[in-house]
Design a binder for this molecule. Structure first.
Ligand code: PLP
Length: 399
């Protein structure tokens, strides 16, 4: 393992493995000691084009040389271009999609913007409650945290903003019992990422959407993790022909450059007017150039088809060793893959790290794989060889 620099000056809010990287190419990262790692985490679903992608690097270099930032008090053509591409991507397959984009810097900020828009939209009708799902994850800022239905993230930070309730995922009756006339929005992930890659049941999201329409609430999807190609579609909502009112994005959209976005349908978006919301850095020229490079690469039939094929290859291979390696369930879509295992996930992730594979133990018994969308078949096979061996060994060593 490479010798990492001391991080005594950093806040100790992360559990960091003692490894630091100096460079990367595609799905491969090189550590300070020269050891190579297969990056099947993509910086937690951010480095969608892998490392050192020529198109992204060139876009950033050219934009940085021209100018990096001017404020949102002026027109930013790169931001407008990024928004046009996002809107067009949302309308693929002929759905109504989304019409307007607000850029920010992270997933939490995208959800904060969604929450504020929903509250402003609902204000005139006395609707302010927001319903989310147990186990969902929407970010660590106070509003997004209030919508994050996981007590372990919330407990120490109470009081949280009021007006948030959460119901179990895939329980449509609980949703029906909770979405009332005072509800302005339902906010949920198509696939719960941080909960261990837990997909909504087929048809559940459509039922929630119909319920929202019936009761006069907005249907908001948090696609921070699932969006921009990760599931093999531009947006996960397109897998089921859904028509969300608002979508939150971040992570893979910038290919590793920090950027988030909140997209909304015109009739909803129009409720935010100058002075209501903003962000100093949101959608600055550098991050917008990254978004353009990512979208011009990912939003392409052949590219998205490849993501689906690569994901299928992963799932088939995992299924082939599942029984012998103690894998109870394989979940997810495209290149967002979760494994429920019989034993503890953390020792398996540690063994993989030792052997040059980055993935994460997202829950006590769940492993998550999020390779770059450009991952090759050879890299998938090599990574799953390591994972299979690690699973078998960890199962053998478990008490
Ligand atoms: N929403 C979802 C679905 C996420 O997975 C995450 C991060 O993991 C967030 C929101 C928060 O994003 P960020 O860490 O960029 O604030």
């Amino acid at each position: 393992m490479s010798e990492a620099r001391t991080h005594d000056a950093l806040l100790a809010n992360y559990r960091r493995a003692p490894v630091a990287f100096v460079s990367g190419q595609g799905a491969v990262l090189t550590a300070t000691d020269g050891k190579k790692y297969l990056d099947f985490l993509s910086g937690l679903a951010t480095s969608s084009l892998g490392h050192g992608h020529p198109r992204l690097v060139q876009a950033l270099q050219e934009q940085a040389a021209r100018y990096i930032h001017v404020s949102n008090l002026y027109e930013i053509p790169e931001q407008s271009r990024a928004a046009e591409l996002l809107v067009a991507a949302s309308k693929r397959h002929g759905g109504p999609g989304l019409d307007r984009v607000f850029f920010c810097n992270s997933g939490a900020e995208a959800n904060e913007a969604a929450i504020k828009l929903a509250r402003k939209w609902g204000g005139a009708q006395d609707k302010s409650a927001i319903v989310s799902t147990v186990g969902g994850f929407h970010g660590r800022t106070m509003g997004a945290l209030a919508a994050t239905g996981t007590p372990q993230y919330q407990e120490a930070f109470k009081p949280l903003p009021g007006g948030f309730r959460s119901v179990p995922l895939n329980d449509i009756e609980a949703m029906k019992d909770t979405v009332d006339p005072a509800t302005c929005a339902v906010l949920l992930e198509p696939i719960q990422g941080e909960a261990g890659v837990l997909p909504a049941d087929p048809g559940y999201l459509a039922e929630v959407q119909a319920l929202c329409r019936e009761r006069g609430a907005l249907f908001i999807l948090d696609e921070v993790q699932t969006g921009i190609g990760r599931t093999g579609e531009a947006f996960a909502f397109q897998r089921e022909g859904l028509e969300p009112d608002i979508v939150a994005l971040a992570k893979g959209m910038g290919g590793g450059v920090p950027v988030g976005a909140m997209m909304a349908r015109e009739e909803v978006a129009k409720h935010l007017v100058p002075g209501d919301h903003g962000s100093t850095f949101g959608g600055n020229a550098l991050s917008a150039a990254a978004v353009v490079a990512v979208l011009e690469t990912v939003i392409d039939d052949a590219f998205l088809e490849r993501v689906r094929v690569a994901g299928e290859r992963m799932r088939q291979r995992i299924d082939s060793f599942a029984q012998a390696a103690g894998v109870l369930e394989t979940r997810g879509a495209g290149l967002m893959v979760g494994l429920e295992i019989r034993g503890e996930a953390a020792p398996v992730a540690a063994l993989c790290l030792e052997r040059g594979l980055l993935l994460n133990a997202v829950r006590a018994q769940s492993l998550r794989l999020l390779p770059p969308l450009v991952v090759t078949d050879e890299e998938i096979d090599a990574a799953l060889d390591v994972l299979e061996t690690a699973l078998v060994e960890a199962a053998g060593e478990a008490p």
